[in-house]
Structure formats: structure tokens, C-alpha cells
Design a protein around this ligand. Sequence first.
Ligand SMILES: *[C@@H]1O[C@H](CO)[C@@H](O)[C@H](O)[C@H]1NC(C)=O
Ligand SMILES: *[C@@H]1O[C@H](CO)[C@@H](O)[C@H](O)[C@H]1NC(C)=O
Ligand SMILES: *[C@@H]1O[C@H](CO)[C@@H](O)[C@H](O)[C@H]1NC(C)=O
Ligand SMILES: *[C@@H]1O[C@H](CO)[C@@H](O)[C@H](O)[C@H]1NC(C)=O
Ligand SMILES: *[C@@H]1O[C@H](CO)[C@@H](O)[C@H](O)[C@H]1NC(C)=O
Ligand SMILES: *[C@@H]1O[C@H](CO)[C@@H](O)[C@H](O)[C@H]1NC(C)=O
Ligand SMILES: *[C@@H]1O[C@H](CO)[C@@H](O)[C@H](O)[C@H]1NC(C)=O
Ligand SMILES: *[C@@H]1O[C@H](CO)[C@@H](O)[C@H](O)[C@H]1NC(C)=O
Ligand SMILES: *[C@@H]1O[C@H](CO)[C@@H](O)[C@H](O)[C@H]1NC(C)=O
Ligand SMILES: *[C@@H]1O[C@H](CO)[C@@H](O)[C@H](O)[C@H]1NC(C)=O
Ligand SMILES: *[C@@H]1O[C@H](CO)[C@@H](O)[C@H](O)[C@H]1NC(C)=O
Ligand SMILES: *[C@@H]1O[C@H](CO)[C@@H](O)[C@H](O)[C@H]1NC(C)=O
Length: 429
Amino acid sequence: MLYASCLLLVASLWLGRASGDHVPRGTNNTCTVAPLGEGQDDTDQIEAAIEECGHYGTTVFSEGVYNVTRKMTWDLVASRVDLHGYLNFTADLPYWMDPANTYRVIFIQSQASWFVLTGSDFVVDAYNTGGIIGNGQYWWNWYGTGSRLDGDGRPVALTVYQATRGTIANFRIEGQPFWCNAIAESQDVIYDGMYCNATNTNPEYYGDNVVPNTDGIDTFRSDNITLLNWDITLGDDCLAIKGNSTNIYARNITCRGGNGIAFGSLGQYADLFDHVGNVTLEDTHMVRLSSEIQPNMGSGVYFKSWSGTRIGFPPDDGGGGLGLVTNVTVRDMLLNNVSIPIHLYQTNGALPGDAPSKLQFANLTFINVTGSTTGNTIVDLQCSSAAPCPGMVFQDINVTVPSGQTPTYECSNVVSEQGLSGCNATAQS
Ligand SMILES: *[C@@H]1O[C@H](CO)[C@@H](O)[C@H](O)[C@H]1NC(C)=O
Ligand SMILES: *[C@@H]1O[C@H](CO)[C@@H](O)[C@H](O)[C@H]1NC(C)=O
Ligand SMILES: *[C@@H]1O[C@H](CO)[C@@H](O)[C@H](O)[C@H]1NC(C)=O
Ligand SMILES: *[C@@H]1O[C@H](CO)[C@@H](O)[C@H](O)[C@H]1NC(C)=O
Ligand SMILES: *[C@@H]1O[C@H](CO)[C@@H](O)[C@H](O)[C@H]1NC(C)=O
Ligand SMILES: *[C@@H]1O[C@H](CO)[C@@H](O)[C@H](O)[C@H]1NC(C)=O
Ligand SMILES: *[C@@H]1O[C@H](CO)[C@@H](O)[C@H](O)[C@H]1NC(C)=O
Ligand SMILES: *[C@@H]1O[C@H](CO)[C@@H](O)[C@H](O)[C@H]1NC(C)=O
Ligand SMILES: *[C@@H]1O[C@H](CO)[C@@H](O)[C@H](O)[C@H]1NC(C)=O
Ligand SMILES: *[C@@H]1O[C@H](CO)[C@@H](O)[C@H](O)[C@H]1NC(C)=O
Ligand SMILES: *[C@@H]1O[C@H](CO)[C@@H](O)[C@H](O)[C@H]1NC(C)=O
Ligand SMILES: *[C@@H]1O[C@H](CO)[C@@H](O)[C@H](O)[C@H]1NC(C)=O
């Protein structure tokens, strides 16, 4: 036994020396991939390239469209991927909706993923000529105006899971069927340049929001995440900051349609504490689209928790969870005809008679919010009576209401507030 392990040790030392000073296999390898062409399946060659060069190497995808026919994980370590082309995830909906054909690495709401990036110290650059084709229109047509359920298996387009020190740059996602991005259980990740576009072009659904759940990104159990230069067209939450998202910095984010930037929903899991802290959003821009294309442009930023009563269970129901959201700064937000610029409510999914939420929102700061709204309510904070909100700070809030209307600012269960001309009061016009 001892003799055998000595031999192994000697052998591995020798092999290490022979292969050049303990350099991990694959170091400085470069793999190149080109699309095989119409009717061919690129999945095998993509997986083989990442397998060979995904650790300590570089993988270069030339421009073009790659046919991806099954779920795929890229495990990248000290590695670079130049993705000049698009990964086209087939429009075979019944295939993807079979739970065996997607991953379920995102704990919250058991969401499905068809493509997962994991690992450490990597860069994936898509040069604004590549990314993901999600074939969203097939998905939106499939459901039409029918209801959809969280966790029903519609895949997240790009999932970053258990990643550390990764960069995703200049990435385009065309037609996300569901959430465009999710990041879970990760830290020190930078997204610089992200484009997502969920635009229905089927005239049958003009005027309806047939692209619900096409969120720009959901963050969960992640720390120190930077989002720069995003352009998202969608019908839901542009950014959704979910439980245990800390030290999140976003700058230059354009949201076209949808609900605005969300904190939540929080408190869906009765047995989990949702902690959200140190979030800064700078230079965000909400743009209302034509109502034919996308009827909703909800808020600039909004905060939502479930009530204090659990009704059913996730992924679709739940509530009763505790939590704390603190130290959020929203600075330089420009609004184009949103419905309610700044909104907070703690009754997501609630029924009359539910207990008030005990999840607290504290220390929220809003500086330089300008532009226009379609209603007259500029700020509507409906904090829970069981967890009133301290430290609400407003500075340079100047949003134009439709002519002839008087701007109003509503605060319920707010412990302390500065900068508004009195909550619950109607401001002087
Ligand atoms: C890898 O390539 C870089 C640049 O060509 C070089 O500086 C480095 O020494 C190489 N590393 C190894 C382990 O060969
Ligand atoms: C993708 O590959 C499959 C074979 O697995 C093939 O049937 C299909 O036609 C290909 N799709 C495209 C768009 O090339
Ligand atoms: C992507 O694949 C779908 C079939 O799954 C095909 O209809 C579509 O044309 C492809 N997109 C591009 C840009 O090649
Ligand atoms: C946050 O992540 C970035 C990018 O990886 C890194 O440069 C920075 O040091 C991290 N910050 C902290 C406090 O760890
Ligand atoms: C999103 O896609 C639609 C339909 O293809 C297109 O008209 C629109 O210009 C795109 N939006 C952006 C911001 O590129
Ligand atoms: C903001 O992001 C967009 C891409 O979404 C980019 O085109 C633009 O140059 C960025 N603006 C600044 C000031 O960096
Ligand atoms: C958030 O972190 C706290 C402390 O580590 C933990 O107790 C809680 O369960 C976590 N919540 C979620 C949603 O993971
Ligand atoms: C928020 O930032 C402060 C200052 O950098 C730091 O001390 C604190 O730990 C951070 N909070 C969280 C939840 O990371
Ligand atoms: C609040 O968060 C910001 C970063 O978003 C950080 O710089 C600051 O130190 C935090 N403040 C506290 C009191 O934690
Ligand atoms: C307020 O924010 C807008 C962008 O929304 C920016 O153009 C303007 O310079 C900011 N004003 C100040 C005083 O920083
Ligand atoms: C809000 O901020 C103040 C001042 O930084 C701090 O003392 C307090 O603990 C914070 N409140 C919460 C609930 O984090
Ligand atoms: C508010 O915005 C309007 C129109 O954008 C502008 O005319 C007005 O001077 C601004 N008011 C303040 C107090 O900045």
C-alpha cells in the first residue's frame, strides 16, 4: 500500500516535470470552432472545444449561427471564449419542456436553464456579433395570451451559476423565451454590454403583453455583481434583485417596456430570510414602447414582497418569508411615460385578511429622478405595518405628470422620510 503510493507520487512528479513545470493540461491551448452549416448539429463540436480549451485555454467561435440541440454547461477556469457567433437553441418546444432536458440549478422558483456558465476567472466576449438566439416568438405564440407558471420549464436563456470572477461582454440575446439572464450562487462577476430583445412580431397579439417573464436578469444568492451597458426590451422585470443579492452595481441600463427595475419578489419562501444590501443603480432609463408592441411600462424602480401569510408553496405561491432590504441608491433615473415612477408594496399574491409582511425595506435613497409619468402618483410607498420603512431619502425628484394633473406622493407606514414635500400630502404644483 505504502509502496504503491510512493510509486504514484514519484510517477506524478515525473509526469509533472515532463509536461513542463506543473502547467495544467490545456494551458495556452486555443480551440477554434466554425458552424457546420444548415441542417447540422453543432452541439458536439462546441462541447468538445470547451472540454479541451475551457480550462487555461481560449476558445474562438467564428461568426455565424450554431445549432444547439440540447442543454449545455460551460465549465470555464482561467479561460477565455471569443464567441463571435450565435448559439441557436432549437425551437423544439416540447423537447425543452421535458424536465429531463433542462437543468434546475436556479433554486428560486425552480427555474429551468438550457445553458449554464460556471467556473472562475473567465471572460466570455461576444463582440456584439454573437450570443444566443432564443427563438422566443415560437414560445410566445405557443402560449399566446394563456397564463404561464413560474418554474413551468421555460428555459432561462443564459444562466451564470456558481461562478467567481467572470466577465461576460458584448453579448446579444435575441428573443428570450423566458428570463434573459439569471445569476445564482456567484460572486465577483461583471456583465459589460448585454442586449436582450423580446419583441412580439405576431399581429395576432398586438396590444397584448405576450412576453411576460422575459426579465433582463434575476440575481439570487450572489455578491459583488456589476451590470454595465444593458439594453433590454421586455415585458416584465428589467432587473429583478432577488433574495441574498448583495453589493450589486448597475450603470447605463435601458429598459424598453415591462415593469421597470424590481427588488423582488421577496419573502416568497417562509423558511428563508431574504437579505438584499448595498445596491446602486446609476444612469437607468425606462422607455415606453408603442402599446401595440408592449402595453406595459410600469415603474422606474419598484419593491415588492409577499405578505406575512404563506398561501401554498413556491414556485407559484408562497409568502410569509422574512428579510431585509437595505442601503439601496437609485441615482440619475430617466423615465419616459412610466405608470408609477417609484413604488413599494408588500402584498404580492396576498389575499384580504393576510398578516402584514415582516420583511423590511430600509435606507432607500433616490437621487435625480426625471422624465415623465402617465399618472399623477410619483411616489407610492405602501410599507407593511409589521415592518415600517425607515430612512427613505429623496433628492431632486422631478417627474412631469400629464398636464392639468397634480403630482402626489403617498407614504404608508414610513418611519422617516426626507426630501418629499410631505408624504400622504398632495404637493404644490
Ligand atoms: C501562455 O502564452 C502567453 C502569451 O503568449 C505567455 O506569456 C505565457 O508564458 C504562456 N504560458 C505558458 C504556461 O505557456
Ligand atoms: C439542428 O440539428 C438537427 C439535428 O440534430 C437538425 O435536425 C436540424 O435541422 C438542425 N437545425 C438547423 C437550423 O440547422
Ligand atoms: C435557429 O433555429 C431555428 C430552428 O430551431 C430556425 O428556424 C432559425 O431559422 C434559426 N435561426 C437562425 C438565425 O439561423
Ligand atoms: C468585485 O468583483 C470585481 C470583479 O471581479 C473585483 O475586481 C473586485 O475586487 C470585487 N470586489 C470585492 C470587494 O471583492
Ligand atoms: C427589438 O426587436 C424588434 C423586432 O425585431 C425591433 O423592431 C427593435 O428595433 C429591436 N429593439 C432594439 C432596441 O434593438
Ligand atoms: C450605454 O450602453 C449602450 C449599450 O446598451 C452603449 O451603446 C452606450 O454607448 C453606453 N453609454 C455609455 C455612456 O457608456
Ligand atoms: C441568505 O443568507 C442568510 C445568511 O447566510 C441565510 O440564513 C438565508 O437562508 C439566505 N437566504 C436565501 C434566500 O438563500
Ligand atoms: C455594504 O458595504 C459596506 C461598506 O463597504 C460593508 O461594510 C458591508 O459589509 C456591506 N454589506 C453587505 C451586506 O455586503
Ligand atoms: C451602501 O452601499 C454602497 C455601495 O452600493 C457602499 O459604498 C456603502 O458603503 C454602503 N453603505 C453602508 C452604510 O453599508
Ligand atoms: C440627472 O440624470 C440625468 C440622466 O437621467 C443626467 O443626464 C443628468 O446629468 C443628471 N443630473 C445631475 C445634476 O446629475
Ligand atoms: C440604515 O442606515 C443607518 C445609517 O447608515 C444605519 O444606522 C441603520 O442601521 C440602517 N438601517 C438598517 C435597517 O439597515
Ligand atoms: C423639472 O423639470 C422640468 C421639465 O423637465 C423643468 O422645466 C423644471 O425646471 C424642473 N424643475 C426643477 C425644480 O428642477
